[in-house]
Design a protein around this ligand. Structure first.
Ligand code: LCS
Length: 406
């Protein structure tokens, strides 16, 4: 593969997946083609039989996509990876590849809304049951295991509660249960958390977020540890068809080059903002892996290289106050998604986690007033000034709520 194998992580981000190409470009070319010519019928047949190396059809394999996949696999410390058309395509491919009728899955309660809805409404149709637990509490994971449990699915930190699960401990439970541990590493990225090194079997990402980092691509990826799992996932992904395309792969691969740099900046700014919010009288609580008040602060310290760019908080004035903040930010933008260079703010109960329903949200700790902030890489003062002026609007409109908090 590339010359980056022995380098430090930041150097790997720049070089991983980059090979040698005709004319000597330093960036992998975009092979924007759906299909590849065979030299002869015998050549085509040998490619289909897997007897020779090469490309047939972009849904099966494409050099631009492969370059990006190799890069992500290297950054995650995995064997190989498979690019998908979205994070949801990656997650649904993994479930459909590994589960059969009669199987059971244990999942984090606080997961991206459509992941929970996929399990509850689609995967359940195939007679596959799901149990949702707080995977940050090890005993809850242990007691949810059944003889037919095939997957433990953990999103950590969870979206949007930022609950953090101990992957090493859960991987032990999975091994004992004969189940596979699948982890959604979207919120931290391999720059800050490397699940495969902690005993996790499969990593999935929404690359729409930090991996691409520029809010201009929807994409996902599956990272595996061995050739056997790769062959299975590739077959199922090829059959289900949720593949990524060459141009989006090119953009993600470009985004990866600054991953280490961006994650440092996201973490540095988000830490300052989280401390600012925690000290603000209008704010009831803040959840951020870099705050001592985080319920799993000790796990964060040992499991993450840095504190990350995601903050959740609740205002003393509840949903009404949150609405005022979200409607009055001028620098931060009111939009779903996360992990881009620009700061985004959103309201999970009415947006990303609406599909879960109120009851499931309550059980998962997603309160109606929770506001989620994806801290961008802008100058931190601009973000704080913006939040400050929006919080002043809350004080003007509902001053009594501060007194209640005090
Ligand atoms: N996993 C996590 C942790 C996510 O946050 C998302 C999307 C997905 C998977 C799905 O990825 P996609 O198919 O969108 O690439 N999260 C979103 C969010 O919080 N706001 O908008 C999308």
């Amino acid at each position: 593969m590339s010359h980056s194998k022995k380098s430090e992580f930041g150097s790997k981000c720049v070089h991983a997946g980059v090979g040698e190409y005709e004319f000597g470009p330093v960036v992998p070319p975009i092979y924007q083609t759906s299909t590849f010519k065979f030299e002869s019928t015998a050549h085509g047949a040998s490619l289909f039989k897997g007897e020779s190396e090469g490309y047939i059809y972009t849904r099966m394999k494409n050099p631009t996509i492969e370059a990006m996949e190799n890069a992500v696999a290297e950054l995650e410390g995995g064997h190989k990876a498979l690019g998908c058309g979205s994070g949801m395509a990656a997650i649904s491919t993994v479930f459909l590849a590994l589960l059969k009728a009669g199987d059971h899955i244990v999942s984090s309660k606080a997961v991206y809304g459509p992941t929970a809805t996929l399990l509850r409404t689609v995967i359940s149709k195939f007679n596959i049951d799901s149990t949702f637990v707080n995977t940050a509490v090890i005993d809850e994971v242990k007691s949810a295991i059944k003889p037919n449990t095939k997957i433990i699915y953990v999103e950590t930190p969870g979206n949007p509660t930022l609950e953090v699960s101990d992957l090493k401990e859960i991987s032990e439970i999975a091994k004992q249960a004969g189940a596979l541990l699948v982890v959604d590493n979207t919120f931290m990225s391999p720059a800050l958390q490397q699940p495969l090194s902690l005993g996790v079997d499969i990593v999935v990402h929404s690359m729409t977020k930090f991996l691409n980092g520029h809010a201009d691509v929807v994409a996902g990826i599956i990272v595996v540890k061995d050739e056997e799992m790769f062959t299975l996932m590739r077959k199922v992904l090829n059959q289900l068809g949720g593949v990524i395309d060459p141009f989006n792969s090119f953009l993600v691969h470009r985004g990866l080059k600054t991953l280490d740099l961006r994650m440092q900046r996201h973490s540095e700014s988000a830490q300052i903002i989280a401390e600012y919010l925690e000290a603000h009288p209008q704010v009831k609580w803040v959840r951020y892996p870099g705050l001592k008040s985080h319920p799993q602060y000790d796990i964060c310290k040992k499991q993450h290289k840095n504190t990350g760019g995601m903050i959740s908080f609740e205002l003393a004035g509840g949903f009404e106050a949150g609405e005022i903040v979200m409607n009055n930010v001028k620098f931060c933008q009111l939009a779903v998604s996360l992990g881009g260079v620009e700061s985004l703010v959103q309201h999970p109960a009415s947006m990303t986690h609406l599909s879960m329903g109120k009851e499931a949200r309550e059980k998962a700790g997603i309160t109606e007033g929770l506001v989620r902030l994806s801290v961008g890489i802008e100058n931190v003062n601009d973000i704080i000034n913006d939040l400050d002026q929006a919080l002043k609007k809350v004080e003007e409109k509902i001053p009594h709520k501060v007194e209640e908090h005090a």
